[in-house]
Design a binder for this molecule. Structure first.
Ligand code: ZN
Length: 225
Protein backbone atom coordinates (compact mmCIF):
# COMPACT_ATOMS: atom_id res chain seq x y z
CA UNK A 1 0.00 0.00 0.00
CA UNK A 2 1.30 3.39 -0.93
CA UNK A 3 1.74 5.56 2.14
CA UNK A 4 1.87 9.28 1.54
CA UNK A 5 3.03 11.22 4.56
CA UNK A 6 1.08 14.35 5.37
CA UNK A 7 3.62 17.14 5.06
CA UNK A 8 1.29 20.06 5.67
CA UNK A 9 2.29 22.25 8.60
CA UNK A 10 1.29 25.41 10.40
CA UNK A 11 4.17 27.66 11.44
CA UNK A 12 3.72 30.32 14.12
CA UNK A 13 5.47 33.35 12.68
CA UNK A 14 6.17 36.36 14.88
CA UNK A 15 8.66 38.14 12.64
CA UNK A 16 11.57 37.45 14.99
CA UNK A 17 14.80 35.59 14.39
CA UNK A 18 13.58 32.35 15.98
CA UNK A 19 10.26 32.01 14.17
CA UNK A 20 11.87 32.97 10.84
CA UNK A 21 14.48 30.24 11.31
CA UNK A 22 11.70 27.80 12.22
CA UNK A 23 9.82 28.71 9.03
CA UNK A 24 12.88 27.99 6.90
CA UNK A 25 13.55 24.79 8.87
CA UNK A 26 10.02 23.53 8.12
CA UNK A 27 10.36 24.39 4.42
CA UNK A 28 13.77 22.72 4.29
CA UNK A 29 12.21 19.59 5.80
CA UNK A 30 9.82 19.52 2.85
CA UNK A 31 6.67 20.75 4.58
CA UNK A 32 3.96 22.62 2.77
CA UNK A 33 3.56 25.55 5.13
CA UNK A 34 0.90 28.00 6.12
CA UNK A 35 1.97 30.70 8.57
CA UNK A 36 -0.08 32.19 11.40
CA UNK A 37 0.77 35.77 12.37
CA UNK A 38 -0.78 37.19 15.53
CA UNK A 39 -1.77 40.74 16.18
CA UNK A 40 -2.39 40.38 19.90
CA UNK A 41 -2.20 44.02 20.80
CA UNK A 42 1.60 44.28 21.04
CA UNK A 43 2.71 47.91 21.35
CA UNK A 44 5.11 47.66 18.42
CA UNK A 45 3.68 46.54 15.13
CA UNK A 46 6.88 46.27 13.14
CA UNK A 47 7.21 42.57 14.00
CA UNK A 48 3.82 41.92 12.33
CA UNK A 49 4.94 43.64 9.13
CA UNK A 50 8.20 41.66 9.27
CA UNK A 51 6.30 38.39 9.70
CA UNK A 52 4.17 39.15 6.66
CA UNK A 53 7.25 40.15 4.63
CA UNK A 54 9.05 36.94 5.66
CA UNK A 55 6.08 34.84 4.56
CA UNK A 56 5.99 36.68 1.22
CA UNK A 57 9.71 36.13 0.59
CA UNK A 58 9.42 32.46 1.56
CA UNK A 59 6.40 32.08 -0.71
CA UNK A 60 4.03 30.81 1.97
CA UNK A 61 0.52 32.06 2.74
CA UNK A 62 0.19 33.95 6.01
CA UNK A 63 -3.02 34.29 7.97
CA UNK A 64 -3.11 37.29 10.27
CA UNK A 65 -5.07 36.50 13.40
CA UNK A 66 -6.21 39.46 15.45
CA UNK A 67 -6.94 38.71 19.06
CA UNK A 68 -7.66 41.01 21.98
CA UNK A 69 -6.09 40.69 25.42
CA UNK A 70 -7.71 43.78 26.96
CA UNK A 71 -6.53 42.80 30.45
CA UNK A 72 -2.92 43.22 29.20
CA UNK A 73 -0.67 42.06 32.08
CA UNK A 74 2.61 42.60 30.21
CA UNK A 75 4.99 45.43 29.40
CA UNK A 76 4.72 44.35 25.75
CA UNK A 77 1.01 45.19 25.81
CA UNK A 78 0.60 48.00 28.33
CA UNK A 79 1.78 51.46 27.21
CA UNK A 80 1.97 52.39 30.91
CA UNK A 81 4.72 49.83 31.67
CA UNK A 82 8.22 50.39 30.34
CA UNK A 83 10.03 47.44 28.79
CA UNK A 84 13.07 46.60 30.97
CA UNK A 85 16.38 47.84 29.60
CA UNK A 86 18.81 46.52 32.19
CA UNK A 87 18.88 42.87 31.20
CA UNK A 88 17.02 40.11 32.95
CA UNK A 89 17.95 38.57 36.28
CA UNK A 90 18.35 34.82 36.38
CA UNK A 91 15.37 32.87 37.74
CA UNK A 92 12.91 35.72 37.41
CA UNK A 93 10.14 36.06 34.87
CA UNK A 94 10.37 39.56 33.37
CA UNK A 95 7.50 42.00 32.79
CA UNK A 96 7.67 41.19 29.05
CA UNK A 97 6.02 37.85 29.82
CA UNK A 98 2.56 37.83 28.21
CA UNK A 99 0.11 35.75 30.26
CA UNK A 100 -0.53 32.38 28.59
CA UNK A 101 0.77 33.60 25.22
CA UNK A 102 2.08 30.30 23.90
CA UNK A 103 -0.94 28.44 25.28
CA UNK A 104 -3.10 30.80 23.21
CA UNK A 105 -0.89 30.68 20.10
CA UNK A 106 -0.48 26.90 20.02
CA UNK A 107 -4.23 26.48 20.63
CA UNK A 108 -5.04 28.66 17.62
CA UNK A 109 -2.43 26.83 15.54
CA UNK A 110 -3.86 23.44 16.55
CA UNK A 111 -7.35 24.61 15.62
CA UNK A 112 -6.09 25.86 12.26
CA UNK A 113 -4.12 22.64 11.69
CA UNK A 114 -7.11 20.46 12.45
CA UNK A 115 -9.34 22.52 10.15
CA UNK A 116 -6.96 22.46 7.17
CA UNK A 117 -5.75 18.90 7.69
CA UNK A 118 -2.19 19.73 8.77
CA UNK A 119 -0.51 17.28 11.14
CA UNK A 120 2.31 19.45 12.44
CA UNK A 121 2.53 22.79 14.25
CA UNK A 122 5.94 24.44 14.31
CA UNK A 123 6.85 26.99 16.97
CA UNK A 124 10.27 28.62 17.38
CA UNK A 125 10.34 28.47 21.17
CA UNK A 126 13.74 28.31 22.81
CA UNK A 127 14.59 27.33 26.37
CA UNK A 128 18.34 28.05 26.41
CA UNK A 129 19.05 31.72 25.61
CA UNK A 130 15.60 32.99 26.50
CA UNK A 131 13.79 35.26 28.94
CA UNK A 132 12.61 32.58 31.35
CA UNK A 133 9.03 32.43 30.13
CA UNK A 134 7.47 29.21 31.49
CA UNK A 135 5.62 28.54 28.26
CA UNK A 136 8.91 28.23 26.34
CA UNK A 137 10.12 25.22 28.33
CA UNK A 138 10.12 21.54 27.23
CA UNK A 139 7.79 20.59 30.11
CA UNK A 140 5.17 22.99 28.78
CA UNK A 141 5.29 21.56 25.27
CA UNK A 142 5.18 17.92 26.41
CA UNK A 143 2.19 18.72 28.66
CA UNK A 144 0.44 20.64 25.89
CA UNK A 145 1.05 17.80 23.44
CA UNK A 146 -0.89 15.55 25.83
CA UNK A 147 -3.69 18.12 25.96
CA UNK A 148 -3.91 18.16 22.15
CA UNK A 149 -3.89 14.36 21.98
CA UNK A 150 -6.77 14.24 24.47
CA UNK A 151 -8.74 17.25 23.29
CA UNK A 152 -8.68 17.26 19.51
CA UNK A 153 -10.90 15.15 17.27
CA UNK A 154 -7.73 14.36 15.32
CA UNK A 155 -6.10 13.33 18.60
CA UNK A 156 -8.75 10.82 19.69
CA UNK A 157 -8.92 9.43 16.15
CA UNK A 158 -5.16 8.76 16.38
CA UNK A 159 -4.31 11.21 13.63
CA UNK A 160 -2.86 13.55 16.22
CA UNK A 161 -1.31 16.93 15.61
CA UNK A 162 2.32 17.12 16.64
CA UNK A 163 3.91 20.23 18.14
CA UNK A 164 7.40 20.57 16.67
CA UNK A 165 9.96 22.79 18.43
CA UNK A 166 13.20 22.50 16.43
CA UNK A 167 14.97 25.36 18.28
CA UNK A 168 14.00 24.37 21.81
CA UNK A 169 17.44 23.24 22.92
CA UNK A 170 19.63 25.39 20.67
CA UNK A 171 21.66 28.33 21.92
CA UNK A 172 20.99 31.71 20.28
CA UNK A 173 24.28 31.32 18.41
CA UNK A 174 23.11 27.88 17.28
CA UNK A 175 19.91 29.46 15.94
CA UNK A 176 21.90 32.11 14.05
CA UNK A 177 24.12 29.38 12.56
CA UNK A 178 21.11 27.29 11.57
CA UNK A 179 19.38 30.34 10.08
CA UNK A 180 22.52 31.21 8.12
CA UNK A 181 22.71 27.69 6.74
CA UNK A 182 19.04 27.77 5.73
CA UNK A 183 19.31 31.19 4.06
CA UNK A 184 17.01 33.07 6.44
CA UNK A 185 16.81 36.74 5.36
CA UNK A 186 17.82 38.15 8.75
CA UNK A 187 17.37 41.69 7.47
CA UNK A 188 13.62 41.04 7.29
CA UNK A 189 13.36 39.87 10.92
CA UNK A 190 12.68 42.04 13.94
CA UNK A 191 13.38 41.14 17.56
CA UNK A 192 13.38 44.45 19.46
CA UNK A 193 10.62 45.08 22.01
CA UNK A 194 11.00 48.84 21.68
CA UNK A 195 12.17 50.46 18.50
CA UNK A 196 10.55 50.98 15.15
CA UNK A 197 13.45 52.39 13.11
CA UNK A 198 16.50 50.71 14.56
CA UNK A 199 16.77 48.08 17.33
CA UNK A 200 17.10 49.72 20.78
CA UNK A 201 20.02 47.48 21.72
CA UNK A 202 19.13 47.39 25.41
CA UNK A 203 15.92 45.35 25.73
CA UNK A 204 16.25 41.69 26.64
CA UNK A 205 15.37 40.56 23.13
CA UNK A 206 18.02 42.82 21.56
CA UNK A 207 20.60 41.57 24.07
CA UNK A 208 19.86 37.91 23.36
CA UNK A 209 19.93 38.51 19.61
CA UNK A 210 23.20 40.46 19.73
CA UNK A 211 24.82 37.75 21.87
CA UNK A 212 23.76 35.08 19.38
CA UNK A 213 25.11 36.90 16.34
CA UNK A 214 28.35 37.73 18.14
CA UNK A 215 28.99 34.19 19.33
CA UNK A 216 28.14 32.79 15.89
CA UNK A 217 30.52 35.28 14.25
CA UNK A 218 27.78 36.53 11.93
CA UNK A 219 26.98 40.18 11.29
CA UNK A 220 23.41 41.23 12.15
CA UNK A 221 22.19 43.18 9.10
CA UNK A 222 19.86 45.24 11.33
CA UNK A 223 22.73 46.65 13.37
CA UNK A 224 24.83 49.34 11.73
CA UNK A 225 28.42 49.41 12.90
ZN1 ZN B 1 15.43 46.28 21.75
Amino acid sequence: MLFIMNKKAIVLLSGGLDSATTLYYALNEGYSVEALVFDYGQKHKREIRCAQALARVAGVPAFKVKIALPWRGSSLLDPGIKVPDKGVRKNTIPSTYVPARNIIFVSFAASCAEAVGARTVFIGANAVDYSGYPDCRPEFFSAFQKALDAGLKAGVEHRGIRICTPLLKLSKAGIVRLGTRLGVPFEKTWSCYNGEGVPCGVCDSCRLRAGGFKEAGVRDPLVKN
